[in-house]
Each structure stands twice: as structure tokens, then as C-alpha cells.
Write a protein that binds this ligand. Structure first.
Ligand code: HEC
Ligand code: HEC
Ligand code: HEC
Ligand code: HEC
Length: 399
């Protein structure tokens, strides 16, 4: 495993910005995007995303904030994952003062892609020599020295960071690819560290182990942790939720829009693997015999689900479309509004299954019973946190 730390070189940074080691500083810890670049749209209030993250840093960071990004940018290795990692890297690069530590997922894209991620996240790149067996995965950002650490070499990397920081009278920060237990253990071993950032799925965490502040930004870019350095210590950190009170940062909104256009341009929906399925009839067909159910459905949010995505310019994003249409991923299911207009919503057959045969001869081709567990395919904890099948059924009930 190797690390990339991207950003300006220390010398240029010092000269350009004139730091002195005892300066106060604003630090923002973010990370572990795990493929979530935008607010998922589905939670209320919607939270998270790179556009709001950038807005917080630019509005609250003062003249020279330090942004620390740590952990997996994405969770897969497909084309869309690469686009995401590149867009995230570019967004972090636009913040100018980011130190970026990527996770294992990005490394599996291969060297060329990793180079592009590194370039996008900063104008200069310090390649970790971790591969070559030394401990140079670090960046000087006065008043801090930021070092990456992972795996069996963590103690060596941390010790080396502490020693170099001391020599340069900087405060040592370690970005650790590890969990809370590993971070606490490291803090006990190296009480000289000012800050350890670890990346662990879940919500943001802040704790102290003796003098060492330990922070995890949580996952999916739902929040950012803000730290104030007084010159010799960190004040109590604040977790800032990236809720709708934060506007979209215009520069990063352009990066995000470009990402969506890349996703659309690549025709990723057309490339989704399809499982063979029965034929679909489309919701309009059912109305002839199930008038009341159809009238009820037409008034429901389900009938507008794809329109919602179109409004958000996300209608070509496989990440979203699967829950906002009927039968994506099935051979008989949704392809596009143009090709399969009757499936361009969460239609009857999202829950009842492919029903063309039933629509043609209802008594011979009976449909299987569906229960409220059908809801859980889309109303997941992530996308619909307040969902209660029995209660919400009363809203869309149609029999
Ligand atoms: C030509 C008329 C007709 C059309 C079109 C039609 N149905 Fe039906 N449907 C019926 C009849 C009649 C029954 C009752 C069947 C029975 O009890 O044998 C039924 C039963 C059902 C049931 C209950 C199944 C059960 O076994 O209890 C569901 C669910 C259903 N239809 C859904 C749909 C959906 C979804 C569509 C559109 C894709 C659709 N139907 C289209 C006539 C139709
Ligand atoms: C796992 C299924 C799933 C995925 C994936 C998904 N959604 Fe949703 N979405 C839902 C559900 C379910 C709701 C309704 C949530 C509720 O009200 O509890 C919803 C609601 C929404 C809403 C709010 C509609 C409104 O006006 O109330 C928006 C906007 C939205 N989604 C956009 C997106 C975008 C953009 C993506 C992709 C980045 C996405 N969704 C991916 C299931 C999903
Ligand atoms: C969001 C999922 C969902 C959608 C969309 C949906 N249904 Fe249903 N439908 C259900 C569930 C679940 C039941 C069984 C409810 C229960 O357990 O009481 C049901 C029941 C029915 C029944 C009565 C079957 C019975 O059990 O007696 C009919 C008929 C029916 N739906 C037709 C339709 C038609 C027609 C549409 C589209 C216009 C539609 N449904 C859309 C989930 C859905
Ligand atoms: C194929 C995915 C899918 C399935 C299955 C599904 N839903 Fe939904 N549901 C959605 C999406 C997407 C939305 C948001 C649509 C929008 O606003 O654009 C939604 C919205 C809703 C809403 C409106 C929420 C609000 O606050 O306005 C209710 C209620 C709801 N669903 C109930 C159910 C129930 C009950 C079931 C199971 C019987 C179910 N849904 C199954 C995708 C699904």
C-alpha cells in the first residue's frame, strides 16, 4: 500500500503565506466519501456533499484553512467510481490547501488513474516512499506537519513524523488509515502528536486520549469537523453537519455538474447488467381494470419519482435511477424515458413485479402477493431514514 499526499510544497507554502510555527490555524477534517458526492437527496433534511463542504471551508476557514481528507473516496472500481474520485479530487484541489490521503479503493484503479486523482487534488504531488520502504508520506503545512500512516508501519511512520516535526518546530498530525482502537493505541504510544485523524464508516467522532485529539470525519461526507489551533493546542472540535443551510459552492458546483455530464455522456445506464425477467406492461395498462388503484398511484410521490431526478439533473446516474424507476437491472425493465416511458417512475410493477401476462389474461396469470417488505428495496435506512412501512403504507394504500 502506498500513500499520496498532494498539495503545495512546504517551501513555496511558507514563503507564499509567511507562516510562523506558533500561528493560530483553522483545520477542517473531512473524509471517507465512500462514493457520496452529493447530498443523497432522499433524507430530510438532505445533508452532505462536496458542494456544501467547499462552502463551509470557504466561508468559515479564514485566509488559510488546512483541509485534511482521509479515507476511501469510493467503494467500487467501475467507471463511475473513477469519475467520482476524480471529481472529489478536483473539488479538494479547488480548496487549494488540502492534504489528501486516499484509501485502498482508489489504489486499485491503477497507476494512471491514481496519478490523475493526485494531480487533480493539488498542483504538486508528494509520492509516499512507503512502497520503497521509507517513511516520507508527509507534507509540511506550518504550523503543522501532516503524515500518513497505515498498516504494520504505523509506529515507524508516527515516530518519524514526531521527530521531524520536533526538529522543524511544527505540530505533528497523523492521518491514519485505521479504526478508533488503532487511533487510541497510537495516541497512547505517541502523546507528542497534536492530532490523529482516523477514517471509519459511521458518524463523526471526536475524542481525546491524554493530550492527543482524535477525530474521525464519519462517512459519506455528511459532516466536516472544524478544529481551531490556538498556537499550541486544539480547542474543542465542532462537528458541522452539511445541511441545507449551507449553500452550494459555485466552483465546486461546476465540478459536480461536469461529473454528472460525464456520467450521462458515458451512457452508464445502458451498460447496467440486466437479469432476464418477465415482460412489463407499464402502469398505464393497469388502469383499465384497476381504476381506483391507478388513480391513487398517480397522485403519489412514486408517480413523480423520475421527474424528481430530472429536476436534479441526476436522471442519467445509475446510483439514483434504480430506486426512482421501475425494473432497472431487469431485461424487461426501465431503459430510458424515451424507450420505456411507461416505466419512467416507481410504477405498479416496482412492487408487484413484471405483469404483462397478467394484464393480458388476469385470471390465468395471477400475480404473487407482495408484502410491505417490498418497500425496503428502496426505503433503506440510508435513503429513507424515517421510513415506517406500516405507517407509510397508509399514505399510498390502494385497495
Ligand atoms: C384486463 C384487466 C386487468 C388488467 C389490465 C390488469 N389487471 Fe390486475 N387483476 C385483474 C383481475 C380480474 C384480477 C383478479 C384476479 C383473480 O382474482 O383471479 C386482478 C388482480 C390483480 C392483483 C391481485 C393479485 C392477487 O392474486 O390477489 C394485483 C396486485 C394486480 N391485479 C395488479 C395489476 C397490475 C400491476 C396491472 C398492470 C401491470 C394489472 N393488474 C393489470 C384484472 C386486470
Ligand atoms: C436505495 C434507493 C434510492 C436511491 C439509490 C436513491 N434514492 Fe432518492 N429517494 C429514495 C426514497 C425511498 C425516497 C423517499 C424518501 C422519503 O421520503 O422517506 C427518495 C427521495 C428523493 C428525493 C426527495 C424527493 C422529495 O421531493 O421529497 C430526491 C431529491 C432524491 N431522492 C434524489 C436522489 C438522488 C439525486 C439520488 C442519487 C444520488 C437518489 N435519490 C438515490 C430512494 C432512493
Ligand atoms: C410501492 C409499492 C406498490 C406500488 C407502486 C403499487 N402497489 Fe399495489 N400493492 C402493494 C402492496 C404492498 C399491496 C398489498 C397490500 C397489503 O399487504 O395490504 C398492494 C395491493 C394491490 C392490489 C390488491 C391486491 C390484494 O392483495 O388484494 C392491487 C389490485 C394493486 N395493488 C394494484 C396496483 C396497481 C394497479 C398499481 C399501479 C397503479 C399498484 N398496485 C402500485 C404495493 C404497491
Ligand atoms: C422502486 C423503489 C421504491 C419502492 C419499492 C417503494 N418506494 Fe416509496 N418511494 C420511492 C421513491 C424514489 C420516493 C420519492 C419519490 C419522489 O418524491 O420523487 C418514494 C416515496 C414514498 C412516499 C412519499 C414520501 C413522502 O414523504 O412524500 C411514501 C409514503 C412511500 N414512498 C411509501 C412506500 C411504501 C409503503 C412502499 C412499499 C409498499 C414503497 N414506498 C416502496 C421509491 C420506492
Amino acid at each position: 500500500m502506498k500513500f499520496w499526499i498532494a498539495g503545495l510544497t512546504a517551501g513555496g507554502f511558507l514563503a507564499a503565506w509567511g507562516w510562523s510555527p506558533r500561528d493560530e490555524a483553522e483545520v477542517f477534517v473531512c473524509g471517507l466519501a465512500e462514493g457520496s458526492l452529493g447530498p443523497c437527496g432522499c433524507t430530510k433534511p438532505m445533508s452532505g456533499g462536496i458542494r456544501r463542504l467547499a462552502s463551509v471551508v470557504r466561508r468559515e476557514g479564514g485566509a488559510r484553512p488546512l483541509v485534511l481528507y482521509s479515507g476511501d473516496m469510493v467503494t467500487g472500481t467501475g467507471r463511475q467510481d473513477l469519475y467520482k474520485a476524480q471529481a472529489l479530487a478536483e473539488a479538494l484541489g479547488s480548496l487549494e490547501s488540502a492534504v489528501v490521503q486516499i484509501g485502498a479503493a482508489e489504489l486499485s484503479f491503477g497507476q494512471g488513474a491514481v496519478d490523475s486523482i493526485a494531480d487533480l487534488s493539488g498542483r504538486q504531488l508528494v509520492e509516499s516512499a512507503a512502497v520503497a520502504g521509507s517513511t516520507q508520506a508527509r507534507e509540511e503545512r506550518p504550523p503543522f506537519l501532516v503524515a500518513a500512516a497505515e498498516g504494520v508501519r504505523v509506529p515507524d511512520q508516527a515516530r518519524s513524523a514526531v521527530e521531524s516535526a520536533k526538529a522543524a518546530s511544527l505540530a505533528p498530525i497523523v492521518l491514519l488509515l485505521g479504526d478508533r482502537a488503532a487511533a487510541s493505541a497510537l495516541a497512547r504510544q505517541f502523546p507528542e502528536l497534536a492530532l490523529i485523524v482516523f477514517s471509519q464508516s459511521g458518524t463523526a467522532e471526536t475524542l481525546r486520549e491524554g493530550p492527543v485529539l482524535i477525530v474521525s470525519p464519519g462517512s459519506k461526507l455528511k459532516s466536516v469537523v472544524r478544529l481551531r489551533w490556538t498556537g499550541d493546542r486544539f480547542e474543542t472540535p465542532a462537528v458541522i453537519d452539511l445541511g441545507p443551510e449551507w449553500p452550494d459552492d459555485p466552483a465546486v458546483a461546476r465540478i459536480f455538474a461536469r461529473y454528472l455530464r460525464r456520467v450521462a455522456g458515458a451512457g452508464l445506464i445502458d451498460q447496467i447488467p440486466r437479469v432476464p425477467s418477465g415482460a412489463f406492461a407499464g402502469s398505464t395498462t393497469c388502469g383499465a381494470c384497476h381504476g381506483a388503484a391507478t388513480a391513487k398511484w398517480k397522485r403519489s410521490a412514486h408517480a413523480r419519482a423520475l421527474a424528481t431526478l430530472e429536476h436534479e439533473h441526476e436522471a442519467a446516474d445509475p446510483d439514483c435511477v434504480r430506486c426512482h424507476t421501475t425494473g432497472l437491472g431487469l431485461s424487461g425493465g426501465f431503459y430510458s424515458r424515451a424507450r420505456t416511458p411507461a416505466l419512467a417512475a416507481v410504477g405498479c410493477e416496482s412492487c408487484h413485479g413484471p405483469a404483462r401476462d397478467h394484464a393480458r389474461s388476469p385470471h390465468r396469470a395471477r400475480l404473487p402477493k407482495v408484502g410491505l417488505q417490498a418497500c425496503q428495496n428502496c426505503h433503506t435506512l440510508e435513503q429513507s431514514p424515517g421510513f415506517d412501512a406500516a405507517m407509510h403504507w397508509q399514505v399510498i394504500r390502494h385497495r
